[in-house]
Design a protein around this ligand. Structure first.
Ligand code: ZN
Length: 395
């Protein structure tokens, strides 16, 4: 593959910012990060980042690449796979080089991950959950493996792991996707949560729990769930349980603002539910941040949030009180640690994957600049967002 040098950009390495530096990527891995490193290398491809901002590729800890609405409107139609391929490309174009996909249909997510690894299609590195595990009638049960009782949860978790899942996703409470399963209602019982955690951890995998009510958040933390997804009604008791267990929170805050303000008529009934969550959750999230809960960045892109709006979540996290630098850390090094892949991605340092983005403007001054990704580098391969987004070339 040869040598690639990103020259003289202002570098945020995933933890802190340094002055203008060169990033050297050899055969897909970072080998050197320092000022004037370029002068030691001949015959390298050089990207001039003078005046630009360079940082690790973003990580999205909560995606559903296989849940975009498909033209045929049925998730099991073969076109669903190609729609997922397209979303993967859009994700990459916005600077996201790694995703944790927390649930899809028909294992399209798992097959997409394999296709990206083989080099069949462009897309972010993926961790995948396979199918959701939801109690009968629970959150998005129509997309899920419906499970009731610990043995049932065990079987379904083992099926996902057998198919190639990297994590198990459980639907502990209702959500904001439809009125029939309210977000405050707790659906999963303690023994069912414990069964999912046991099976995932026995396989060296993590568990992500969709859960809103405080009681459910505390229950999940005490049972060893690794990440709380959304967590609208997080309170001090839940925070205590999470801090004791080392549980992280992926707030996916922007999606509720998006649903609350959407003009699409399908949100007519859901918008008030989402609006109530944004108001309640903003204050609770601010308090959780103050108390030191580890926060990751996830968008919940899928049916309710666009695939190209990663920057919206960064902006929402700044609005609830995180500094720009903390938000960029959460989007890179912290997310990688939460996902258990901190040895491979999330920082710009020798030995890590050559995943970096070049940004016009400095997101530490204004976080909205994080949306101005000029160049995406994945494993040392240079990708231009405009080319990734190009379509309709065959008529
Ligand atoms: Zn989700």
């Amino acid at each position: 593959m040869g040598t690639l040098i990103v020259r003289n950009g202002t570098v945020f390495d995933g933890r802190s910012t340094t002055g203008p530096s060169d990033i050297v990527i050899v055969d897909g891995l970072i080998s050197d990060v320092r000022a004037n490193a370029a002068s030691s290398y001949r015959d390298a491809r050089v990207i001039d980042a003078d005046g630009a901002f360079v940082m690790p590729g973003f990580i999205d800890a909560h995606t559903h690449l296989a849940l975009a609405p498909v033209p045929e409107r049925k998730g099991d139609h073969p076109s669903a796979f190609f729609t997922a391929v397209r979303q993967a490309r859009i994700k990459l174009a916005s600077g996201v080089t790694t995703v944790r996909d927390v649930g899809g249909i028909n294992h399209i997510d798992i097959e997409l991950k394999k296709a990206i690894r083989r080099g069949d299609v462009f897309g972010p590195r993926m961790l995948t959950a396979g199918r959701f595990l939801a109690p009968t009638g629970g959150h998005v049960h129509y997309f899920s493996e419906e499970v009731d009782g610990a043995d049932n949860v065990r079987r379904a978790a083992r099926e996902q792991l057998k198919a190639g899942a990297d994590l198990i996703k459980i639907m502990v409470s209702g959500g904001a996707s439809n009125l029939s399963e309210p977000p405050e209602r707790l659906y999963m019982r303690e023994d069912e949560i414990a069964a999912a955690v046991y099976e995932a951890h026995a396989a060296g995998r993590k568990v992500a729990a969709h859960v809103h009510p405080a009681r459910g958040i505390a229950l999940c933390a005490r049972q060893g769930v690794n990440t709380i997804e959304h967590g609208a009604w997080i309170d001090d008791e839940a925070i205590d349980a999470m801090l004791a267990a080392g549980t992280s929170l992926i707030p996916t805050h922007a999606v509720y603002h998006y649903m609350a303000n959407a003009s699409d008529p399908r949100y007519a009934e859901l918008a008030p539910v989402a609006h109530a969550i944004t108001i309640e959750k903003s204050e609770r999230l601010r308090h959780a941040i103050d108390r030191g809960i580890r926060i990751g960045v996830g968008t919940d892109c899928g049916r309710h949030f666009p695939y190209d709006a990663y920057v919206d979540e960064l902006q929402q996290l700044c609005r609830v009180g995180m500094s720009e630098e903390d938000v960029l850390r959460a989007a890179t090094a912290v997310n990688a640690e939460i996902l258990g892949i901190g040895d491979k991605v999330g920082t710009l340092e020798p030995g890590k994957a050559g995943d970096a983005i070049v940004i016009d403007g400095n997101p530490l001054d204004d976080i909205s600049h994080a949306g101005k990704v000029r160049t995406v580098i994945q494993g040392g391969v240079v990708l231009e967002p405009a080319t990734l987004l190009a379509h309709g070339v065959v008529h």
